[in-house]
Design a protein around this ligand. Structure first.
Ligand code: ADP
Length: 606
């Protein structure tokens, strides 16, 4: 009953062939190298004794909690319910904890679960939900719990019960080569689906984010992005099955229409919208249910060519965006390309900041130029990574058009993979943009000791002058708080997901406090200009949700109405995306723009 679900003490790479959350053994060498680099830059001990010990769900006693846990164990099996009372271990990407936010931006013990439960079936999930309705304990569903930079596996309410769906529910339920689609359980990672497709020899691609260890289902629910033409993960889901807060099971999309003789509907993974109100959206970035399977469209494999283009000056940003817009809207640019600032180029080599800069504060422009000039792409400020798809003649003519358009910016240079060394990130982008999941992007966490990251992710219009406002706000805030600006933009024809990662030392409370301040200030300043985040860390969700305030918080009132109707006992992920059930609302749980000290977020302890 008290076994610990932290990362294993054995320092070897978890392999997909042995564990659902591992990386394929063909990536073993890469994974081992990543792990050693990370460990060599770690000064924190692996796990310390807990200061506070077990954190209980709100308003319960130890005795009641233990009784309730025993009751749950009798329903789903004793070994599938584990109390979280052992030292916390942050582990690493491939061996991550489900007990807390391992990329903590406050005290490590702030965002912790009281227990982690492992359902093995939809019936188990229903049993857990019904149990929670009797105890009132908050559940926090995760698929893989690798939502790093946004809260990881942690529950928003300390002492919540993490429902780890992925550990025992990781089957690929359907892989349809003709329909180019799949139906998966929560624990299916990009790695796993990719390997399954290769094994079956299907001419299909998946769309993967930068790292391949996340789940299709969790990433889509939090509206993550990838880089092929099918990079909008939520946009490419097609139907799902969800356990509602009252324990009932619901199918969305065409799946709501039963197939012949009890079979699944034959068009469930063919048409997203089906008939009647489109309810799928209310289950993404919300807390209205627990999704137990989800369908996705897949992309037919095609010929492809990746490339990158460098731009010499920081001030080229505005013109770059103006050039991108028509190319993307006309679909001459083939995929969801990335724009990266050159600091990100330096960091993704796995080198440490201390190799280039001494002391606190961000790198100076001169230091960045000096370091960048030694990289294969040379001294530059921005790098555009794109991929074109189709027959070689189509690709060549598109590349000509793209090159010509960007040549309006003096000093821009195009590179193909053959122009850069084998270990350059362009080769990695080339794999990712062909749906081949990788691990390489973990390397920028070595920038500082005990590297953690937290993302600030506003939506910027693909219009130069407006995107520049967002870029200026972010750059100034990062520098004001002593951080290097790791800017990456995922680009579309009308908007860009601007993803700015703060990479900080998890062992440095001051660094964490600066990160919190920096993000709170950027949320507020961007909102003043009309720019909002598409996704955020658990501890900023109240603030972000309330910037979407048009009509005197009409959207939040609507969400709260839904929450109260669907989940009257407030058991599913209270506070997730800023939506609090009636039971918690207005009692001090909401965190505002001036809440910087986040070590104690439980109201009575404030
Ligand atoms: P990843 O698969 O990338 O590791 P997570 O499992 O951490 O992603 O999921 C991201 C977020 O999406 C979680 O924090 C949770 O709020 C939500 N989520 C994930 N899986 C489910 C699910 N099956 N049902 C409901 N919400 C989920």
């Amino acid at each position: 009953m008290v076994a610990h679900d932290g990362p294993s003490q054995v320092q070897r790479t978890p392999i997909l062939e042995e564990v659902y959350s591992g990386a394929p053994s063909r990536l073993n060498e890469e994974a081992e190298a990543t792990f050693s680099r990370m460990v060599s830059n770690r000064t924190l001990s692996k796990s310390d004794t807990r200061k506070t010990g077990l954190v209980l769900p709100p308003d319960t006693s130890k005795e009641d909690f233990e009784r309730a846990i025993s009751d749950l164990q009798s329903k789903i099996g004793a070994e599938h319910v584990q109390i979280n009372d052992k030292p916390l271990d942050d582990g690493w990407y491939l061996d991550h904890p489900k007990t807390h936010d391992s990329h903590h931006i406050t005290d490590q013990e702030t965002l912790v679960a009281s227990a982690v439960v492992y359902p093995g079936s939809t019936e188990d999930v229903q049993a857990i939900v019904r149990w929670a309705n009797t105890t009132g304990y908050p559940l926090y569903p995760i698929s893989l719990g690798r939502n790093f930079g946004y809260g990881g596996a942690a529950p928003r309410v300390p002492g919540g019960i993490v429902v780890d769906l992925g550990k025992r529910m990781h089957r690929i339920l359907d892989l349809d080569g003709d329909n180019a689609s799949c139906l998966v359980e929560p624990g299916v990672t990009y790695f796993k689906l990719y390997e399954a497709i290769q094994e079956r020899g299907l001419p299909l691609w998946i769309d993967t984010p930068d790292l391949g260890g996340g789940s299709l289902l969790g990433n889509a629910l939090d509206r993550g992005v990838g880089y092929t033409p099918m990079g909008d993960h939520w946009g490419n889901h097609c139907g799902f099955e969800v356990v509602l807060p009252n324990g009932e099971l619901l199918r969305t999309g065409m799946g709501a229409l039963p197939g012949p003789n009890g079979a699944d509907n034959p068009t469930w993974q063919s048409f997203q919208h089906a008939y009647g109100p489109s309810i799928d959206g209310i289950f993404s970035q919300s807390n209205f249910g627990i999704v137990v399977s989800m369908g996705f469209h897949l992309m037919p494999a095609v010929n492809n060519q990746s490339y990158c283009i460098t731009f010499p000056e920081d001030s080229d940003f505005e013109q770059m965006v103006e050039i991108i817009r028509p190319l993307a809207q006309q679909r001459i640019i083939g995929n969801i390309p990335q724009i990266r600032h050159v600091v990100q180029e330096l960091a993704v080599t796995g080198r440490r900041k201390s190799d280039f800069h001494q002391g606190s504060g961000p790198m100076t422009r001169e230091e960045i130029r000096a370091a960048a000039s030694k990289l294969p792409l040379g001294d530059c400020s921005w790098v555009f990574y794109g991929t074109q798809y189709g027959p070689p003649e189509t690709i060549n003519s598109q590349l000509e058009l793209i090159k010509k358009a960007f040549s309006q910016i003096p000093g821009s240079k195009m590179f193909l993979p053959k122009d850069v060394p084998e270990d350059h990130v362009l080769h990695i982008r080339s794999r990712v943009c062909a749906g081949n999941p990788v691990l390489r992007e973990l390397d920028w966490l070595n920038w500082v000791p005990n590297g953690g990251h937290v993302a600030f992710s506003p939506i910027a219009p693909t219009k130069g002058s407006q995107a520049r406002i967002v870029n200026d706000i972010i750059t100034k805030a990062f520098h004001r708080h002593g951080y290097d600006c790791f800017s990456t933009l995922c680009v579309a024809g009308r908007e860009m997901h601007y993803i700015a990662e703060i990479v900080y030392d998890r062992g440095d409370p001051d660094a964490k406090m600066r990160a919190v301040k920096c993000i709170r200030e950027m949320i507020a300043e961007c909102a003043e200009h009309g720019f909002g985040e598409y996704r955020t860390h658990l501890l900023f969700q109240d603030q972000v949700a309330r910037t979407y305030s048009w009509g005197n918080q009409a959207l939040m009132r609507f969400n709260e109405t839904l929450k109260d109707a669907l989940d009257p006992n407030g058991i599913i992920a209270p506070g997730r995306n800023g939506i609090w059930p009636k039971k918690y609302r207005g009692k001090g749980w909401e965190l505002g723009p001036n809440d910087f000290d986040l070590d104690n977020i439980v109201p009575k302890a404030k």
